[in-house]
Ligand binder design. Structure first.
Ligand SMILES: NC(=O)c1ccc[n+]([C@@H]2O[C@H](COP(=O)([O-])OP(=O)(O)OC[C@H]3O[C@@H](n4cnc5c(N)ncnc54)[C@H](O)[C@@H]3O)[C@@H](O)[C@H]2O)c1
Length: 411
């Protein structure tokens, strides 16, 4: 693919400051060579860009690399900016994926392998991870890939890790709710987070395994019992809800995908997923019918995929893309970028619930700030939906906490 000054292609997210706003806006993954701010922000897309510029044998191909290099150089010269730094890969962080040979784990591992910020990529699963790691290790990006199979190798997988991503567990089949997964996934998440607590208690923990509304409180409870709970470092990954909202709104309103940002708050299941369409950037008006249709579609988008896959699982590729965006954002924050914003399900005091998804600012030490402004000035529709989701979300949170407490009593 030839990259020209008007080409957009990406796997990463950018976060850029909005004009006239104190809050940055998460944008769809993308490096845009026709945009003023893109070369000054870091993202997974740039991963490819950075690496390609250094290697003639890049997967982008020799010709593309030359065009890309030329494009970056002339852009830098035109704007008199020191983009020299941006063509250096920076590989320094260690990421572990637990559940790495699954439907989400494999494409996620591929996307993380493309990050210039990752020096070591540890893949763990109870089965089939050797082949995935061997395959991935042939990609000529800097990170070192290692495989770990089964409980006896879990501790080694986690030692010294900066970001742990957990997509381990069973996915939904048609007719199932996320809560139907509780019995199996609750135990898996509990066991894995116990190992994280023992081996890399300072790591950022990204929980993907459903039901996220319960598995995040489970993880928090496990970490508390181990005496290592840092609420700033535990994240329920809800990025896919934002990715879907951005995509559906852009299509509906004929907006450029790269420009659209819709905050999604609440939780990550059914009606607890609340897209705040009134806060869409760029400012967009919706009819009541459009609000209803888009909200319901965003809430049921996971089920749309489960039904289309007809028994073969739930969202994996879009989820891997969303999870890779969240990993990249976390790594940028760890690496000192002070302008990283994402939505995530975290410990929160923005509502009366102990955990709540909202836009957050991520820094070197994890959640640096919860952003309350999206929740101010809601429409009547959004306020009603927010009130309606709270009992279900509260019950899911309590179910997670109760699960760990019961296990402790039984033990
Ligand atoms: N947060 C979200 O937005 C979101 C979106 C889609 C799916 N999910 C959830 O992600 C999870 C994974 O989905 P998937 O499609 O990849 O499923 P999958 O069945 O394809 O893969 C799951 C992987 O987990 C592994 N695994 C099972 N038990 C394990 C254990 N104890 N330790 C380590 N690995 C273990 C399996 O071997 C398998 O490789 C599901 O719970 C699904 O509901 C979350």
């Amino acid at each position: 693919m030839a990259a020209t000054s008007a080409t957009t292609f990406s796997v990463g997210s950018t976060t850029s400051r909005c004009k006239g706003s104190s809050i940055s806006q998460s944008k769809a993954f993308g490096v845009k060579f026709n945009s003023k701010n893109n070369l000054t922000s870091f993202n997974g897309l740039k991963v490819a860009t950075n690496l390609s510029c250094e290697s003639e044998s890049s997967f982008l191909g020799k010709d593309s690399v030359a065009v890309l290099k030329q494009s970056i150089t002339s852009k830098a010269q035109k704007e008199n900016k020191g983009y020299g730094n941006y063509v250096q890969p920076q590989a320094s962080y260690k990421v572990a994926i637990l559940g790495a040979s699954g439907g989400i784990g494999q494409p996620l591992a591929l996307l993380v392998k493309m990050s210039p910020l990752v020096s070591e990529l540890n893949l763990y699963d109870i089965a089939n991870v050797k082949g995935v790691a061997a395959d991935l290790s042939h990609c000529n990006t800097p990170s070192q890939v290692s495989d770990f199979t089964g409980a006896s190798e879990l501790a080694n997988c986690l030692k010294g890790v900066n970001v742990v991503v957990i997509p381990a567990g069973v996915p939904r089949k048609p007719g199932m709710t996320r809560d139907d997964l509780f019995n199996i996934n609750a135990n898996i998440v509990k066991t894995l987070v116990e190992a994280v607590a023992d081996n890399c208690p300072d790591a950022f923990i990204h929980i993907i395994s459903n039901p996220v509304n319960s598995t995040v409180p489970i993880a928090a409870e496990v970490l508390k019992r181990k005496g290592v709970y840092d609420p700033k470092k535990l994240f329920g990954v809800t990025t896919l809800d934002v990715v879907r909202a951005n995509t559906f709104v852009a299509h509906k309103k004929n907006l450029r995908l790269i420009d659209v940002d819709v905050p999604v708050v609440g939780g990550h299941a059914g009606i607890t997923i609340l897209p705040l369409l009134s806060k869409t950037k760029p400012s967009t008006t919706f009819t009541d019918e459009e609000v209803q249709e888009l909200t319901v579609r965003i809430q049921n988008a996971g089920t749309e995929v489960v039904e289309a896959k007809a028994g073969a699982g739930s969202a994996t590729l879009s989820m891997a893309y969303a999870a890779a965006r969240f990993v990249e954002s976390s790594l940028r924050a760890l690496d000192g970028d002070s302008d990283v914003y994402e939505c995530a399900f975290v410990q929160s005091d923005l509502s009366e619930l102990p955990f709540f998804a909202s836009r957050i600012k991520i820094g070197k030490d994890g959640v640096e700030a919860l952003i309350p402004s999206d929740l101010q000035g809601l429409t009547e529709y959004e306020q009603k939906a927010l009130d309606a989701l709270k009992p279900e979300l509260k019950a899911s949170i309590e179910k997670g906490i109760g699960f760990v407490q019961k296990k402790a009593v039984a033990a």
